[in-house]
Structure formats: C-alpha cells, structure tokens
Design a protein around this ligand. Structure first.
Ligand SMILES: Cc1cc2nc3c(=O)[nH]c(=O)nc-3n(C[C@H](O)[C@H](O)[C@H](O)COP(=O)(O)O)c2cc1C
Length: 165
C-alpha cells in the first residue's frame, strides 16, 4: 500500500534543491513555454545528458514531451523573481520576459543564469503523474555566482557549515 500523495508532498518539502528554468516551444514552434523546476539532474557525463520531471497537469506538459529541444537555465541566487515568475500559470509570464537564445538550437534561456544549456530531447519516460525527459547537452555556458536553492517553500542560498576546531 503506497503512502498518500499528501504525505509524499510533505517529504518533498524537506529536500532542498537547486532551481532551474526549462524552456522550449509549443507545436507552433513560435510560442515559448517555460516552467520552474527543481527536478533538473545531471543524469550522465558521457554522453552528457540532462533530465527533469514535469507534472501531467503543467500547461507546458505536451509541448515539453513533444519538443525536439529545450533549454535548461540553472538560476543564481539573485534570480528568485525569475523562479517565481515561471512557477506561475498563464501566458503573461513568458510574453513579458526577455529571453536569450541558444546559438546551436535557438532554445530560450534565462540571461545571466548560473548555467545555460541547450539540449536535444533524447528520451521521454512516463512515470506516475510525471514525465521524465532526458536531453543530450549540445551547448553550455557557465557564469560566476551562487546557486538559488528552494527548501520548505522558500528560496535561499547555500551557506557552508563551519567545521573543524
Ligand atoms: C521551486 C519550484 C520547483 C518546481 N519544480 C517542478 C518540477 O520539477 N516539475 C514540475 O512539473 N513542476 C515544478 N514546479 C511547479 C511548476 O513550476 C508550476 O506548476 C508551473 O506553474 C508550471 O507552469 P506551466 O503550467 O505554465 O507549464 C516547481 C515550482 C517551484 C516553485
């Protein structure tokens, strides 16, 4: 007998994670779809593969599952407003945002993000109420800065423990 979704959501809130924006295009290949995720993982180094999970009821679900390419922007600690923006619903969040665009595949990226990556969709796995999407990383740009973290429904940043005597 599995635990309830509500209990599992509570458990999820106790796991801190980095925050990224996944962005691509819908079927028209013109309209940008973008959402905030904490599920980006460096899946494989050779070949370099990224993965993230997207919930079935996200407006961008179908576009992301069917997309040929997507951008991953790992946010820096100054970009909590960007994370909040793309965690909202509706077209406004995208229409009023000035994206950068990848040189290889033209995927939408967040300017000044800690990491910007261009991915070609590799595989889509349907699992529970999410799809897991993997992508081959064909371009990456790294910038200086601290990562934006999310924990217990709050944004924050990393503070190392003071250890030793
Ligand atoms: C910090 C944070 C992390 C999130 N991580 C994910 C995630 O990994 N996968 C997901 O599907 N939604 C995630 N969400 C929720 C989506 O950002 C939210 O449902 C959004 O409205 C989806 O946009 P859309 O409906 O326009 O596609 C997260 C939200 C926040 C604030």
């Amino acid at each position: 007998m599995p635990i309830s979704g509500e209990v599992y959501r509570q458990i999820g809130r106790s796991a801190a994670g980095a925050v990224s924006i996944i962005a691509g295009y819908d079927q028209s290949r013109v309209t940008i779809m973008a959402l905030t995720v904490s599920s980006f993982v460096t899946l494989s180094y050779d070949p370099p593969l990224a993965m993230f999970a997207i919930q079935h009821n996200a407006d961008s679900y179908r576009s992301m599952v069917e997309s040929k390419a997507f951008g991953v922007s790992v946010l820096n600690a100054e970009q909590a407003d960007v994370a909040e923006r793309f965690a909202r619903k509706g077209r406004d969040k995208v229409a009023s945002f000035e994206f950068a665009f990848g040189e290889r595949h033209g995927v939408p990226l967040v300017p000044a993000a800690l990491v910007q990556m261009e991915c070609l969709t590799d595989q889509v796995f349907l699992s529970g109420d999410h799809a897991i999407i993997t992508g081959l990383i064909e371009g990456a740009k790294l910038s200086e800065g601290q990562p934006l973290l999310y924990y217990a429904r709050q944004f924050g940043t990393f503070v190392p423990l003071v250890t030793g005597s």
